[in-house]
Write a protein that binds this ligand. Structure first.
Ligand SMILES: *Cc1c(COP(=O)(O)O)cnc(C)c1O
Length: 416
């Protein structure tokens, strides 16, 4: 009898056999730079596949060669990550930005056009404007308020529609949780694709994945993660991942080999440890977040709460939310009554919640986007995106929910 186990049942064992390592229950850390070939013929065959000199045979596996190309801790982790998004293949990187920049470099060449959703993660935005621009790659941005027609005409008017190389989006957007319609973006990518050039759609799924949103099921070709966030989940590792079809992942893994930005075995091991509790952590975090959002929405010192679980049915974002998200997540932002002084007072009064950037981990964190994560966003963009002086971003952890709420309440009331 065969049974299709759920990913959470497979995270402790999938892809690893204890007999490979003296019966060790857990996959050890393969802290080695290189691997011994059984014969010269094996070494030759492994290199032919690794360097793309010939296609891999049907049942042939890529042999272990050198830890920049492959390593058991990475391969087993990558196989486990494919289960959540039901992807063909995965590549793990030493940071989320390494995964993102490798994708941007692989699919864009000098003269090309990039279409992206705004706001993007600050590091991604910086790379597009400071690095890709130097390579002669131009970009145009759209935001949640733009219609399909608006975006199409932006591409048409750019004069470079035949050079569109990649559509890159982040949804929900950080820090206000505004949603970008993935299926709409897939239609745009298809519209400007030609038989000779299929334009991929890449989605940064860090905010919702890999549990609460599966972009590959909504027309995306590539899914990206900062694995530093929910996947790592313990604020003790920086890592990233990219998932997609064998065809696209082969290109990304080849560029990774030559950029040398793969994750090391210790990072791979830490992330395998983390994946075992991914589902219980994320479920607890989202339950806690709903309670926090509810509390905030009723507090007299709070002006507005940005949380997916509170989107009203008559809001145009509601339909997108229902279609592409499985859960409201654990990121809650809110406007405190007042401005920077009141926001800082709140942050300085917190006792359990830590004042730090990053998100998705076991402990609750709070930060002030306008002066911290989004300080280099132009004033004009900040105004348009509602990233004001009174906005506070919370990442809700796994603590006892009433303790989190107690802390927020005392900080709101202790502040001026
Ligand atoms: C943190 C983050 C990144 C960057 O990931 P690193 O692991 O810090 O390199 C990219 N995108 C989003 C949405 C993030 O939150």
């Amino acid at each position: 009898m065969e049974r299709q186990f759920k990913p959470e049942s497979l995270m402790m064992s999938f892809g690893y056999k204890p007999e490979w390592s003296e019966g060790a229950l857990k996959c050890p850390i393969f802290q080695t730079s290189t691997f011994v070939f059984k014969s010269a013929e094996d070494g030759k065959a492994f290199f032919e596949v690794a360097y793309g000199l010939r296609e891999k045979g049907k049942t042939e596996k890529l042999g272990l060669i050198y830890s920049r190309i492959n390593n058991p801790d990475l391969e087993i982790l990558e196989n486990r990550l494919t289960l959540w998004d039901r992807a063909d293949d995965c590549a793990v990187f030493e940071s989320g930005l390494a995964a993102i920049t490798t994708v941007l470099m692989e699919f864009l060449s000098p003269g090309d056009l990039l279409l992206y959703s705004s706001p993007l993660y600050g590091g991604t935005d910086h790379f597009i404007h400071q690095v890709l621009s130097r390579l002669g790659i131009t970009s145009i941005a759209f935001h949640a308020g733009h219609s399909e027609k608006d975006i199409e005409s932006m591409v048409e008017k750019s004069g470079k529609k035949d050079k569109l190389g990649l559509v890159y989006i982040e949804t929900p957007a950080n820090p206000t949780n505004s949603l970008i319609d993935m299926e709409l973006c897939a239609r745009i990518a298809a519209k400007f694709s030609t038989p000779a050039r299929k334009i991929p759609l890449a989605v940064d799924n860090t905010y919702m994945g890999p549990l609460w949103q599966h972009p590959l099921e909504h027309g995306a070709d590539l899914v990206l993660y900062s694995a530093t966030k929910y996947i790592g989940g313990h604020s003790d590792v920086i890592a990233g991942a990219c998932l997609g079809s064998f065809e696209l992942m082969k290109r990304i893994k080849t560029l990774r080999t030559f950029l040398g930005n793969m994750a090391g075995p210790w990072t791979g091991w830490l992330l395998m440890r983390s994946l075992e509790t991914l589902k219980v952590r994320m479920e607890t975090q989202s339950k806690n977040a709903m309670k926090v959002a509810d509390f905030l929405s009723k507090h007299p010192k709070v002006e507005k709460v940005y949380y997916l679980g509170l989107i009203k049915e008559n809001d145009p974002q509601h339909e997108i939310y229902k279609r592409q998200c499985l859960n409201a997540g654990a990121m809650v932002s809110f406007d405190i009554k007042g401005g920077e002084a009141e926001a800082f007072d709140f942050l300085n009064h917190l006792r359990l919640i830590k004042l730090a950037v990053s998100l998705g981990s076991t402990e609750s964190l709070a930060e002030h986007p306008a002066t911290m994560t989004h300080c280099d966003v132009s004033k004009e963009d900040r105004d348009r995106l509602a990233i004001s002086e009174k906005l506070i971003r919370l990442s809700i952890g796994v603590e006892y929910p009433d303790d989190i709420i107690w802390d927020i309440q005392q900080a709101l009331e202790g502040s001026a």
